[in-house]
Structure formats: structure tokens, C-alpha cells
Write a protein that binds this ligand. Structure first.
Ligand code: DX5
Ligand code: ZN
Length: 217
């Protein structure tokens, strides 16, 4: 059975107390998910290098940087230097440059992921499945935390999983992001995901560690 990894999204943390927020999930999380928004690719701005570097000092698990920015190739190197172990970029932002961006991420010794929003046909990323280290399927439109999971995402996860199997790469993890919590985690895993991103469900929970363990279960 595939191991299920839980990736708390720091976007939902209390930025005034980043130190203790990281500590809250350090022992239970598998990955730290960091959402980078530029106000252009998405209508919101989150945080940048100083925050990522601060989290890196404290995080005992790998950092997964989710770039919601135009021209992702411009910033890959800096996020790699800031300590990212995984970097994902949106296909919609890179289009025909996608292969180049994947190679650039790899050249920094970082795992490369390609991301699609809910309105992007899954087939658009099929050409890149032979070269990525993971796929990120958005289950809400990128830009804001706290949105509701879009149920059609389940079929999209299954379709990407089927294609990964078809090309002989069933081990490539599918990460899913947006509106995930203990109530829907099982169905998302059943569809084929193995990395679950959760912001609100972790940081707004009374007991973040219990929320993580419930999702893993
Ligand atoms: C949305 C971000 C997500 C978000 C998830 O653009 O990519 O990672 O923080 O937050 P929740 O779990 O609250 O939907
Ligand atoms: Zn994200």
C-alpha cells in the first residue's frame, strides 16, 4: 500500500506566530506546503523568500513550494536556494515552456511537479508525465485557502492515475490541494492521490496533530 503523506499548507498558519505554528505540525506533518502567489497568475499575494527562509530554519520535514506565479522559471533558483525539496509550477503559467521549467528544477537537484487548475483538461499535462516527480491537481481554483473541495476533482485524479499506470510510472505521487480535511481525505486517496495538502483543516483545528492523523488514517 502507498504511504499517504500529509502536507499542511502554511498559508493557513498564524503568521504572527510562525515559530510555534511550524512547531505544531513538525512532528506529524510529512511535508511543509508553501503557497507562493504573485497577484498576477492568481488574484492574491501570499508571501515570498524571507518567509520561506524563516520556515526552513525551523521545519524538520521537506519543503514543497507551490508556485502560483507567472514566469516560474525566473524564481526556481531562489526557491531552490531557500531550501525547497519540491517545486511545482502551473502548466497554465508555463505552457510550452513546461519541459524547460521541469529541467530547470531538476538542475537544482529539486523534485519537479506540474500543477493544473480545475478548469484545465488533465490531458494537457500528459506529455509531461514521463518527466515529472509528482503531479499536483488543484481541487479548488488556486489563489485562496479555505475554499470548498470541487467533487469533480476525484475523476481528474483517477484519470491522471490511469495515465501514469499506462505509461509505466504508477509510482509517481499525485498531490491534491484545496478543501481537503478528515471528512473527504479517504475518497481522495481512493481516487489515486498520495499527498494531501491541507491548510484550514490543520491550522484551524483545535488539535492540528489529531487532524493530520485522521487524514492519514
Ligand atoms: C490555494 C492553495 C492551497 C491552500 C489550501 O491556492 O494552493 O494550498 O492553502 O488551503 P485549504 O486546505 O484551506 O483549502
Ligand atoms: Zn497550494
Amino acid at each position: 500500500m502507498t504511504k499517504i503523506l500529509i502536507a499542511p499548507s502554511m498559508l493557513a498558519a498564524d503568521f504572527l506566530h510562525l515559530d510555534s505554528e511550524v512547531e505544531k505540525v513538525n512532528a506529524y506533518a510529512d511535508i511543509f506546503h508553501l503557497d507562493i502567489m504573485d497577484g498576477t497568475f492568481v488574484p492574491n499575494i501570499s508571501f515570498g523568500f524571507p518567509v520561506v527562509e524563516a520556515i526552513a530554519k525551523k521545519a524538520r520535514k521537506p519543503m514543497d513550494v507551490h508556485l502560483m506565479i507567472v514566469n516560474p522559471e525566473k524564481y526556481v533558483e531562489r526557491f531552490a536556494k531557500a531550501g525547497a525539496a519540491m517545486i511545482s509550477f502551473h502548466f497554465e503559467a508555463a505552457r510550452e515552456k513546461s519541459e524547460e521549467v521541469i529541467e530547470l528544477i531538476h538542475s537544482h537537484g529539486v523534485k519537479a511537479g506540474i500543477v493544473i487548475n480545475p478548469d484545465c483538461p488533465v490531458q494537457a499535462i500528459f506529455p509531461y508525465l514521463p518527466m515529472v516527480d509528482f503531479v499536483l491537481i488543484m481541487s479548488v481554483f488556486a489563489g485562496f485557502g479555505g475554499q470548498k473541495f470541487i467533487p469533480e476533482s476525484l475523476e481528474r485524479i483517477a484519470a491522471v492515475k490511469a495515465e501514469l499506470r499506462r505509461i509505466g510510472r504508477p509510482e509517481v505521487p499525485i498531490e491534491v490541494d484545496g478543501g481537503i480535511g478528515p471528512a473527504n481525505a479517504a475518497s481522495i486517496v481512493e481516487a489515486g492521490a498520495s499527498i494531501l495538502v491541507a491548510g484550514s483543516a490543520v491550522f484551524k483545528a483545535e488539535d492540528p496533530s489529531a487532524a493530520i492523523e485522521k487524514m492519514r488514517g
